[in-house]
Design a protein. Structure first.
Length: 359
C-alpha cells in the first residue's frame, strides 16, 4: 500500500492541506475559468495574469510584480541583477538558504553570483553578522520564515536592524518569501509592513497557497522589467502561464484569510505537546504555522511508528522525516494547514498521546 493509499484511510492527518486529485483540481480550475471568463495569456500577456501580478505587487507594497515559472529562477535572477548593478560583489545568504541546500550549486555553475555564508546555521543571522563580513556586498538574501531551521524568524527589531544596515551600505536586500504569507500572523504585521525596506521579494504560488506551481517576483518597475527579460533568457518564457495563475488565484484570498487560523492551530499544537517532553520542537515558540518536531528515535523507527499509527489508529503524523544530528534521533517538518485545522482538539491530543506511547 502506498503512502497516498494510507493517508486516504486516515481520519486524523497532521501535515499540510487536503490533497486534491488531478481530476478534482482541474475540474475546480475549469469551473473557475468558466465563471470568470478566463482566456489564456500568450507569453505572459493577458488580463488575468496582469491583474494577478498587480494584486500581488499591491499586497507586498511594491510598484510591480512579474510571474516566474519557478522560485529557483526568480531568486537567482534577482540576486544576479543586484550583483551586476554593484560591480559583481558577492551575495550573503544564511547557511541554510534554499540556494545552498536545494539548488545543486546553480549560482556557481551558471555564473549567477558569488555567495558568502552569514551567521550561524541554527539561528537567523543578525545585522551584526552582516557587519562582520569584511567584503563589500552586492546583496543579502533573507528567508522569512527560515524553513530549514523550523520556521524561525528574526525578532521584529532585528529585522528592522537588518533593513537599516543594508540601506546604509547600499546593499540590495532580497526576501525569499516562499512562506511570507505565513509570517504575518506570527509577527502580527501585514505583509506590506514586513516587506517594507526590502528591494525585492519572491513569493510562491503553490506552497501555502496550494497552486500548481510558479512564483512572483516583486520590486521596482525597472527591476521587474529586467528580471522578466532574464527569465526569457533562461528558458522561462512559457507560452501559457494561465494554468499556474488560475490554480493560485482561485483560492488565493481564501488561503490568506485562513493564515491566522493556521497560526492559532499551531499555538494549540505547541500547548498540547507540552504534555510530552520527550517530543521536542523548534522553534521554542511558534513564529509561523510551521515547525520541526524532534523525536528520540532513529529515522527507521520513526517510519515504523508512522506506519503502525496509520494502519491501526487512522493517524498520519508526517510525510518526510530526516535523520537527527545525534544518533538515534530524527525530526520532521510539520506545516499546519487545512488537515490539522479540520481535526478536533480531542483527535490532536489523542494522536500525540499515541505517538508518545509508541516512542
Amino acid at each position: 500500500m502506498t503512502d497516498a493509499d494510507l493517508i486516504r484511510r486516515c481520519h486524523t492527518i497532521f501535515p499540510g492541506h487536503r490533497a486534491r486529485t488531478p481530476a478534482d483540481t482541474f475540474a475546480a480550475m475549469a469551473a473557475w475559468c468558466e465563471r470568470h471568463g478566463v482566456e489564456h495569456d500568450v507569453y505572459g500577456s493577458g488580463d488575468l495574469i496582469a491583474s494577478f501580478e498587480k494584486k500581488i505587487a499591491a499586497l507586498l507594497g511594491f510598484p510591480a510584480a512579474v510571474f516566474c515559472i519557478s522560485g529557483t529562477m526568480a531568486q537567482v535572477t534577482a540576486l544576479r541583477l543586484a550583483r551586476m548593478d554593484r560591480s559583481n560583489a558577492p551575495v550573503a545568504l544564511h547557511p541554510t538558504a534554499h540556494i545552498f541546500v536545494h539548488e545543486r550549486s546553480n549560482y556557481q555553475l551558471l555564473d549567477h553570483f558569488d555567495a558568502l555564508q552569514a551567521g550561524d546555521r541554527h539561528r537567523p543571522f543578525t545585522a551584526a553578522d552582516l557587519a562582520a563580513i569584511p567584503d563589500r556586498l552586492a546583496a543579502v538574501g533573507l528567508e522569512l520564515p527560515m524553513r530549514e531551521i523550523g520556521g524561525q524568524v528574526p525578532s521584529w527589531d532585528e529585522l528592522e536592524d537588518i533593513k537599516a544596515h543594508c540601506q546604509a551600505h547600499g546593499v540590495h536586500l532580497h526576501m525569499d518569501g516562499a512562506r511570507l504569507w505565513e509570517t504575518a500572523a506570527g509577527y502580527g504585521k501585514p505583509v506590506a509592513e514586513i516587506a517594507a525596506g526590502f528591494d525585492s521579494v519572491y513569493v510562491s504560488l503553490y506552497k501555502g497557497i496550494g497552486g500548481l506551481g510558479g512564483a512572483m517576483l516583486a520590486g521596482s518597475e525597472d527591476f521587474v522589467a529586467r528580471a522578466a527579460e532574464w527569465f526569457r533568457r533562461q528558458g522561462g518564457n512559457v507560452i501559457h502561464r494561465s494554468p499556474y495563475v488560475v490554480a493560485a488565484a482561485m483560492q488565493f484570498d481564501e488561503r490568506l484569510a485562513a493564515m491566522p487560523d493556521y497560526f492559532r492551530r499551531t499555538e494549540f499544537l505547541y500547548e498540547a505537546l507540552r504534555a510530552h517532553p520527550a517530543i521536542r520542537v523548534n522553534p521554542a515558540r511558534p513564529a509561523a504555522n510551521m515547525l520541526h518536531v524532534h523525536l528520540p528515535v532513529g529515522r527507521e523507527r520513526a517510519l515504523a511508528i508512522r506506519l503502525e499509527l496509520a494502519e491501526h489508529h487512522g493517524v498520519w503524523l508526517f510525510n518526510r522525516i530526516n535523520h537527527g544530528v545525534l544518533p538515534d534521533t530524527s525530526y520532521f517538518e510539520l506545516y499546519v494547514g487545512d488537515n490539522l485545522l479540520a481535526a478536533s482538539d480531542e483527535q490532536v491530543v489523542k494522536a500525540l498521546a499515541l505517538l508518545a506511547d509508541a516512542l
